[in-house]
Design a protein around this ligand. Structure first.
Ligand SMILES: Cc1cc2nc3c(=O)[nH]c(=O)nc-3n(C[C@H](O)[C@H](O)[C@H](O)COP(=O)(O)OP(=O)(O)OC[C@H]3O[C@@H](n4cnc5c(N)ncnc54)[C@H](O)[C@@H]3O)c2cc1C
Length: 342
């Protein structure tokens, strides 16, 4: 990979002529996650050849149709014994799929597990790895990937040679899917079974128990289209946060400060050392907008900030800003929402 720095991206219409492999994460109910569908749609934009979905477990009709709608043209089903949550196991599946498909690039999600999968698979393939990539473009026959660095203050662009004989593995930030819409569904795709030989380190991991962290008993943060974030300015008033999040059907996220204070589970943290989210609506309550936090919301659509400090940096990126005390503004918002909904 070579590297240079830039601050803007233009959308290229060039495409690769080699397949792209996408690791498809699934919800607990078995459907592809919206992040996985976004990843497939990104791949579809980048190649004229096959977009190959690597799906852990059986592929039912709904899954196949959803992936086809996002742009997949070929599916591999890997029986991982339900252990795909183990990064080493999923990395083995990516390596096996690369051997079968010979893709130009393999794409995985960019949560903690996805970044570990990308690193492990790239090491095993002897190839390049880029994490948290927010933009992918084909220019000529080259794949260029960009990511925010230095807490979101710079964008760095790297070139991944499409002629390379080792497949690079890239973890893709949810914001990359913005420009690649997913349609409702496509024709059911044939599914090929993929045999995945496990490495000793993957086989050694035994999953004792698995619990989905339920930070605020609401929708899943990574999947949510609406997120209300609890900042220090809420002073730990989770009821206030719920009073706005619940009628909106929004997931509850938090700044690191709110998690450090013990007001909410660590799994709710959004930002550089928390989750990267890409909801269509983000509402920050008493959030100042430190770069460590805002680097996790680059993919958000409409940003609303309610904060009592008119100089807070969150207002520089907010689409709508209200300067005021959350304890006064939120109840008024909730009341107005109820009135509008009749
Ligand atoms: C290496 C590193 C990694 C980090 N990773 C993350 C991360 O992943 N995620 C993250 O969030 N942070 C992260 N941080 C911390 C980050 O730098 C900020 O400290 C944090 O995001 C600030 O949280 P906050 O906005 O809730 O608090 P503050 O910055 O204290 O802001 C609170 C805001 O609320 C306002 N306010 C106070 N009372 C009220 C009220 N009643 N009504 C309305 N507004 C009010 C204040 O004026 C202020 O603007 C990281 C820091 C470091 C060094």
């Amino acid at each position: 990979m070579s590297e240079n720095q830039s601050e803007t991206h233009t959308m290229s219409t060039d495409t690769l002529d080699a397949p792209i492999l996408v690791l498809v994460d699934r919800t607990p109910a078995g459907a592809p996650t919206s992040a996985a569908l976004g990843l497939v749609s990104v791949a579809r934009r980048l190649t004229a050849a096959d977009v190959v979905g690597l799906v852990p477990g059986d592929v039912d009709t709904d899954t196949s149709v959803a992936l086809a709608g996002a742009g997949a043209s070929r599916l591999l089903s890997a029986d991982l014994g339900g252990r795909e949550t183990v990064a080493a196991v999923a990395a083995d599946a990516v390596v096996a799929a690369v051997g079968t498909v010979s893709p130009a690039v393999a794409l995985v999600g960019s949560d903690y597990r996805g970044k570990e999968i990308a690193g492990r698979a790239a090491v095993r393939l002897g190839s390049a790895c880029a994490a948290d990539v927010g933009d992918l473009q084909v220019v000529g026959n080259e794949l260029r990937v960009s990511k925010l660095v230095l807490s979101g203050t710079w964008s760095t662009t790297m070139t991944v040679s499409a002629q390379s004989d080792s497949t690079p593995v890239i973890s893709v930030h949810p914001s990359a899917a913005e420009a690649a819409p997913v349609t409702a569904g496509g024709a059911e795709l044939p599914v090929e079974a993929l045999d995945v030989p496990l490495t000793a380190e993957a086989a050694a991991v035994k999953v004792i128990s698995r619990e989905v962290a339920d930070a605020a008993a609401g929708p899943d943060l990574a999947e949510a289209q609406r997120v209300v974030v609890m900042g220090r300015g809420t002073d730990g008033d989770l009821d206030l946060v719920h009073s706005l999040a619940d009628p909106l059907g929004a997931a509850i996220g938090a700044t690191r400060v709110a998690c450090d204070e013990g007001w909410i589970e660590r799994s709710a943290q959004v930002g550089q050392t928390g989750a990267a989210i890409a909801p269509s609506l983000y509402i920050g309550l008493g959030v100042s907008g430190a770069v460590h936090h805002t680097s996790g919301i680059q993919g958000a659509g409409t940003i609303v900030a309610i904060c009592d400090d008119s100089e807070a940096p969150i207002f520089e990126m907010a689409d709508y800003g209200i300067v005021g005390d959350v304890a006064q503004v939120v109840p008024q918002l909730v009341e107005e929402l109820a009135r509008l909904r009749g």
